[in-house]
Design a protein around this ligand. Structure first.
Ligand code: PXP
Length: 242
């Protein structure tokens, strides 16, 4: 069985566009769970551009499935995670100027530091996952640093324009997934996945969980549009003063 964690960051992006209180990512998380999601993923970024600290605290109370916190491996974030205790921490690289996470974590380049952060979180009972590119050296380093799982970055695959590029990326993802499973790591995947491009990734047996955000939120905004407009028309037409 393959499971799905729904990333609700971009519900918060819409809220933050107006600095108001709707739509609320907490409501989206509840609805995603009602829809069958196996987990809820949120990324508390250093600049708090979408998810806020309040969201994380409330999610911890409300989410009944698995709460996966994506975060940079800073001491501020590690302290927040130790306090809130999500069901999993996914360590991601973070740059202020990026629109979304760009590329995977360089585990081999900061292995001592990541080993220390991982140990701290895992000794508090929080399993740690690393978001990495499909690269064998990074898979080996993730195992060495003590991660329980890796999330393979499917960003490059999803951006590939032609069949040749896609095939090349699929091969890299397959090789990284096989190596990780061989080492006893759980294997997840995410970034840029859509209702269409996930089909090839589903053939990779070792991948047991997907983190998908933008495409689901985009679709939700479309499939709900007709109903939302109908409801506003109903309010207008039934309250017109002649
Ligand atoms: N996995 C990680 C580590 C991410 O940073 C993101 C984006 O927040 C996702 C998965 C989901 O990517 P998308 O929104 O493109 O589905």
């Amino acid at each position: 069985m393959k499971s799905l964690c729904v990333n609700v960051d971009h519900i918060a992006t819409i809220r933050e566009a107006r600095k108001t209180n709707e739509p609320d990512p907490i409501h989206a998380a509840v609805l995603a769970e009602l829809g069958g999601a196996d987990g809820i993923t949120i990324h508390l970024r250093e600049d708090r551009r979408h998810i806020q600290d309040r969201d994380l605290r409330l999610m911890r109370e409300v989410v009944k499935t698995k709460l996966n916190l994506e975060m940079a491996a800073t001491s501020e974030m590690a302290n927040i995670a130790l306090e809130v205790k999500p069901d999993q921490v996914s360590v991601v690289p973070e740059k202020r100027e990026e629109i979304t996470t760009e590329g995977g974590l360089d585990v081999s380049g900061q292995i001592d530091y990541l080993t220390e952060v991982t140990k701290k979180l895992q000794s508090a009972g929080i399993p740690v996952s690393f978001f990495i590119d499909p690269d064998i050296d990074q898979v080996n380093a993730s195992k060495k640093a003590g991660a329980v799982s890796i999330e393979i970055n499917t960003g490059k695959y999803s951006e590939s324009k032609d069949a040749e590029g896609k095939d090349l990326e699929i091969k890299k993802i397959q090789d990284a997934a096989s190596k990780a499973a061989f080492l006893g790591l759980k294997v997840y995947a995410g970034h840029g996945l859509t209702y269409k491009n996930i089909l090839s990734i589903l053939k990779i047996r070792e991948i047991e969980e997907f983190n998908i955000g933008h495409n689901i939120v985009a679709r939700a905004s479309m499939v709900g549009m007709e109903k939302a407009v109908g409801e506003m028309l109903q309010v207008i037409q039934s309250n017109v003063h002649q």
